[in-house]
Design a protein around this ligand. Structure first.
Ligand code: PPS
Length: 334
């Protein structure tokens, strides 16, 4: 998720409200909407709450994005570990180019935030002919998106491209989101009242929410089409990162060789992408992304279970209660 407070910069002109086609404005005004805590609108479209400033991109992407069979899409609900998995997948797919024996090439993750290296689909990446960067991307192209499964562009469903979904415990995601949105508010407004933020979350109103439907869509798809959708969680990645990076590599079709497993390639990727390493790099301490968000906002604690420091047991039980009810019978527990 990116910041959207100030007017979008030039390369994101499609986000400017003035430039939106009338048909889009008409559709927008017909959709149910709610205000989020930063003052932006969320619109209910195809059963999910989309930030209004992204909807034009969402529509266009649905209509125009042409998936390639070799594409890899990392999908997350915001604040589930996107920044981390973007880095891991980027490092994994480009490991030969930037290996130790090829160390004259400085690793891009040392000087660029992973959000700059792995673009979001809904950020005007859908028209290949209009986007030279997109056609110049080497195969396999790696994208990220927060699209719900049921709203993915048809070409993604039709093609043989692969989807990696990263889920996260909803309480940690919720607290991470609460911190992030609080940062986007004008300073004098202070932190978002957490109880009210929770009320909204538990009604399903959050960016790309309801949270449970987002996760469930991909979980079910991963059971139905295991060759197309891989479902992993932030907690599993934290618990056994080595095994999961190998699993990711196998899934995206570039498994580690015996030699790589012996020579510490996996460990090198994990070290490079660790919270401590990435968050200590100058680019992530003082850099800014194209839309004005500060890179450091994407690195807070990076821990499992940090919610207990911000929510009462009762609040935690409330999220658990909603999740239990919504995920009942699915076999999924987050
Ligand atoms: N390298 C690494 N390892 C582990 N965890 C990491 C890493 N980088 C970011 N993070 C944590 O991920 C949370 C941010 O989520 P996202 O990256 O999905 O945010 S966004 O949707 O892209 O805005 C946010 O979680 P919280 O710390 O719980 O807020 C980040 O700290």
């Amino acid at each position: 998720m990116q910041a959207s407070q100030s007017p979008p910069p030039d390369h994101l002109t499609y986000l400017r409200e003035d430039d939106r086609p009338q048909a889009f404005k008409d559709l927008l005004s017909s959709l149910p909407s709610e205000k989020d805590w930063v003052g932006n609108s969320l619109h209910l479209y195809q059963g999910f709450w989309f930030p209004s400033w992204l909807l034009n991109g969402i529509f266009n992407c649905q209509n125009h994005f042409q998936a390639h069979p070799s594409d890899i899409l990392l999908v997350t609900n915001p604040k589930s570990g996107t920044t981390w998995l973007k880095a891991i997948l980027f490092a994994l797919l480009n490991r030969t180019k930037y290996s130790n024996s090829n160390s004259q090439r400085r690793h891009p993750l040392l000087t660029q935030n992973s959000h700059e290296l792995v673009p979001f689909l809904e950020h005007k990446l859908y028209l290949e002919q209009e986007n030279p960067d997109l056609s110049a991307l080497a195969s396999p192209r790696l994208f990220a998106t927060h699209f719900p499964y049921s709203s993915l562009p048809q070409s993604v469903s039709d093609s043989k491209c692969k989807l990696v979904y990263l889920g996260r415990n909803p309480k940690d995601t919720f607290v991470s989101m609460w911190h992030f949105f609080s940062k986007l508010r004008p300073e004098e407004k202070g932190q978002i009242p957490i109880q009210e933020f929770l009320d909204q979350f538990c009604r399903g109103v959050s960016p790309y929410g309801p949270y449970w439907d987002h996760v469930l869509g991909y979980y079910k798809a991963s059971l139905e089409k295991p060759e197309k959708v891989l479902f992993v969680t932030y907690e599993q990645m934290k618990l056994d990162p080595h095994a999961h990076v190998r699993k990711l590599a196998d899934f995206v079709g570039c498994p580690f060789s015996e030699e790589e497993l012996r020579d510490g390639t996996v460990e090198g990727i994990l070290r490079m992408c660790s919270f401590d390493n990435l968050s200590s790099l100058e680019v992530n301490k003082s850099g800014k992304l194209g839309d004005g968000a500060e890179s450091k906002w994407f690195f807070r604690r990076g821990e499992v279970g940090d919610w207990v420091n911000y929510m009462s047991a009762e609040m935690g039980e409330r999220i658990d209660g909603v999740m239990d009810e919504k995920l009942h019978g699915s076999g999924l527990k987050l």
